[in-house]
Design a protein around this ligand. Structure first.
Ligand code: PMP
Length: 416
């Protein structure tokens, strides 16, 4: 069967899992040659979205407007979030000292699981130490062994792919955001397996595009599979809390996953599902059983962030106004920003040499962001990725747009 699946995969020109893994190795070597950047977000430097950006291999540091951070609602410096975290530190101390299963969870963790289950629209929720380990732990536990088959969007996050590889299940990526290709593969392979798991993201992290969730859930009427949706890039950004709920689809999704390191500005991962599946994950997911739990102070930060989101609905409207402003301005300037709608805004450059030189000029002009370079993507798809946080001011957005306009014209990315 493995041979069959791989052959089919190659025939259709679809990337094999091995090829996906190869590209991760290439990313790692690319990063080590260009240096790993860090930034210190000192309050005296300015707002939440500026900081001192440094490279560990190049002798350079500069105050920049910072664009690669996923604190969508800027809550990492919110006084209530910091205060709650300090109080929990005093009460519970640092760290947990052991995994959830061996007693590492406090009453705060239990409360957080209840509250997250309600936010994610499910009966139960289970907390993992990170979003990465939630995906690896849950996927590898849910689709165990060769009687299971996993279909996943080929642009899924590395944590999903690592969970798939660890599961021992047969697997196949389907074409990015293409329910027709998914249906074709379900039709061809699903009946050969006892259990089929389909994994998608609600918003894709490299493009900011929303998944075709409605079409994918409709496939459940024809094929028997469990659906797993990673909401890392949408959780907390809508009044309904998730995109699945916003579109009225939560009941059709078996597992709603999110990370707690983005809108809730802390750390942790969560899977929301039924009580029965929660019990299964508690005994089968090694990342839950054998990994130290989230420190209570970080759980307190998550819950305080949820309070702030509930009490300050204008945070969401402000974020979305800024997203629409920045997307509109970039399009008016002539930049290709793809078809997404989220705060993740790709600016396609489509030429590797230009990406490199424009990125250096941007840093010199005080704007720092991620370059999505070859071999992560093809030369023709290289881009900058801007992640808009509510804490970016309009003044910072305008300054960034002015730098992009000047450099876009200099390098012929947009017409002068
Ligand atoms: N899923 C997706 C879609 C992600 O983008 C990420 C992180 N960028 C994760 C999972 C992992 O989350 P964390 O970094 O909080 O462990």
């Amino acid at each position: 069967q493995i041979g069959l699946v791989r052959k089919d995969c190659q025939e259709q020109g679809i990337v094999r899992i091995g090829a996906v893994a190869d590209s991760y190795h290439a990313v790692k070597s690319h990063q080590s040659s260009s240096g790993v950047w860090c930034y210190d977000n000192f309050t005296e430097v300015g707002s939440n979205s500026t900081g001192l950006v440094k490279s560990d291999t190049h002798d350079r540091e500069k105050n920049c407007i910072v664009w690669p951070i996923n604190h969508y609602l800027g809550l990492n410096r919110h006084p209530k979030v910091i205060e709650a975290s300090i109080e929990a530190l005093k009460q519970f101390g640092t760290g947990c000292g052991t995994s959830a299963m061996s007693g590492g969870h406090s009453s705060l963790h239990k409360l957080a699981e209840k509250r997250l289950a309600a936010w994610l629209g499910k009966e139960a929720a289970i907390l993992f130490p990170t979003g990465y380990s939630a995906n690896v732990g849950a996927i590898s536990a849910l689709a165990k062994g060769p009687s299971c088959f996993i279909l996943f969007d080929r642009e899924c996050h590395a944590s999903i792919i690592d969970g798939v590889k660890l599961s021992g299940a047969k697997f196949l990526p389907f074409k990015h955001n293409d329910p027709i290709d998914l249906a074709r593969k379900l039709n061809k392979f699903a009946s050969q397996y006892e259990n089929v798991l389909v994994v998608v993201e609600s918003v894709y992290s490299m493009t900011g595009e929303e998944a075709c969730l409605r079409e994918i859930t409709e496939l459940k009427e024809r094929y028997d599979f469990l659906l797993f949706v990673d909401e890392a890039h949408s959780f907390g950004l809508h009044t309904e809390r998730t995109l699945c709920t916003k579109f009225g689809l939560t009941d059709k999704v078996d597992f709603v996953m999110t990370t707690l390191s983005k809108s809730t500005a802390s750390i942790g991962g969560v899977i929301a599902t039924t009580n029965a599946f929660k019990t299964l994950l508690q005994v089968e997911a090694n990342a839950y059983l054998f990994q130290a739990a989230i420190p209570p102070s970080d759980v307190a930060a998550i819950m305080a962030a949820m309070d702030v989101i509930e009490d300050t609905p204008e945070l969401l409207s402000s974020l979305w106004s800024k997203v629409s402003y920045m997307r509109t301005k970039l399009t008016e300037l002539g930049f290709d920003i793809g078809s997404g709608t989220s705060p993740i805004i790709p600016v396609f450059i489509r030429d590797s040499d230009t990406l490199l030189r424009m990125g250096q000029d941007m840093y010199d002009d005080g704007v720092f962001t991620t370059s999505v370079a070859y071999p992560v993507v093809k030369h023709s798809e290289v881009r900058f990725r801007f992640i808009l946080n509510e804490s970016h001011s309009y003044e910072q957005i305008d300054r960034t747009l002015a730098v992009l306009e000047r450099l876009g014209k200099k390098y012929g990315v947009v017409a002068s």
